[in-house]
Design a protein around this ligand. Structure first.
Ligand SMILES: CC(C)(COP(=O)(O)OP(=O)(O)OC[C@H]1O[C@@H](n2cnc3c(N)ncnc32)[C@H](O)[C@@H]1OP(=O)(O)O)[C@@H](O)C(=O)NCCC(=O)NCCS
Length: 286
């Protein structure tokens, strides 16, 4: 709980995202912590808890590097986590089978979407070893080591931002790909609070079955309805027709074309990157 207090989470965010309890209960726990630490307020509690004599120093995990679509040169300091509000879901739904804090297990007609965990690493390796899958992401198959690092980055998002992260999609218990909701990482993407970037990647044998859009639609719903996001956006290379069509299919609208300053530009990057987005109000009114 102190870890979430340190990250600036409100009582309701702590309640739904981590502890699955009521806001009143969180208030009461916070007040016990303040008393035990001899602190007058939340800021005092954080200082007390993170001094060398403290009982449980809170340590933040490193920032992730996005969803693996190349590394932008101009990094930016991280803004606070997106707002996470109660959607009235049951505790086990919010926590998920995997118990990754705050990340829900989701379902669609054909897909079971589980929070990404270490047991899914081999699937990520298989995905990124297909040159067609990574054509607009890395331009070449990724080494196992690169995938391992991206895997750690994805898990770090889930650890750092309650509710957000990556989900693997299973159809008839078979892995088909992954989907993600991640906080913005660059200044030009706008505030981190209330926003998430949608991403997806499927094994080639499962393309054109409507699965990417089916999973993405559920993540958009989850983002707005359960996590209280105000804006979901997605980016891809302008020439990535399949990804653009998937964005449109789930209701995101074209926002802009821009140039991404990356270390190793991919072929066709001269056509730029595109951003699509959907506001919560638009989604509610759809
Ligand atoms: C992008 C990707 C996830 C799409 O997966 P998919 O399961 O084939 O997508 P769907 O079947 O749900 O199709 C969604 C829409 O895109 C359209 N579409 C799919 N592939 C297309 C293509 N190559 N060209 C044009 N439209 C395409 C579909 O017709 C559908 O449109 P509709 O809803 O209007 O009928 C898949 O191609 C992929 O994994 N690509 C590699 C990774 C990648 O580029 N990820 C995006 C990075 S930002």
């Amino acid at each position: 709980m102190l870890h979430l207090v340190r990250r600036g989470a409100s009582d309701s965010q702590i309640a739904v995202a981590a502890l699955c309890t009521g806001e009143r209960m969180v208030k009461s726990h916070v007040s016990v912590i303040l008393t035990e630490l001899g602190a007058r307020d939340r800021a005092g509690a954080i200082v007390a808890a993170t001094t060398p004599a403290s009982r449980s120093p809170a340590v933040d995990r490193p920032c992730p590097a996005g969803i693996g679509r190349g590394t932008a040169r101009a990094g930016s300091p991280r803004a606070p986590s997106p707002a996470v509000r109660s959607g009235g879901r049951r505790c086990e739904e919010v926590l998920g089978e995997d118990a990754r804090v705050g990340q829900a297990v989701l379902h669609t007609a054909r897909l079971r979407l589980l929070p990404l965990s270490d047991e899914h690493l081999e699937h990520e390796v298989e995905l990124d070893s297909d040159p067609e899958v990574v054509r607009y992401l890395a331009g070449r198959p990724r080494s196992r080591r690169e995938v391992e690092q991206l895997h750690r980055d994805r898990l770090a998002v889930a650890d750092r931002v309650p509710g957000l992260g990556s989900w693997v999609g299973l159809a008839d218990d078979e892995f088909v790909g992954w989907w993600a909701l991640e906080p913005p990482t660059r200044p030009d993407q706008g505030p981190a609070v209330g926003q998430a970037e949608l991403g997806y990647r499927l094994l080639r044998r499962h393309w054109r079955r409507g699965l990417a859009s089916e999973g993405a639609r559920e993540l958009v719903r989850h983002g707005f309805e359960d996590l209280g996001l105000v804006r979901v956006f997605a980016e891809t290379m302008a020439v990535n027709a399949a990804s653009r069509a998937t964005m449109t299919s789930v209701g995101l609208e074209y926002v802009r074309t821009f140039v991404l300053d990356v270390d190793e530009p991919l072929p066709d990057s001269e056509f730029g990157e595109v951003e699509y987005a959907l506001m919560r109000d638009q989604w509610v009114a759809r």
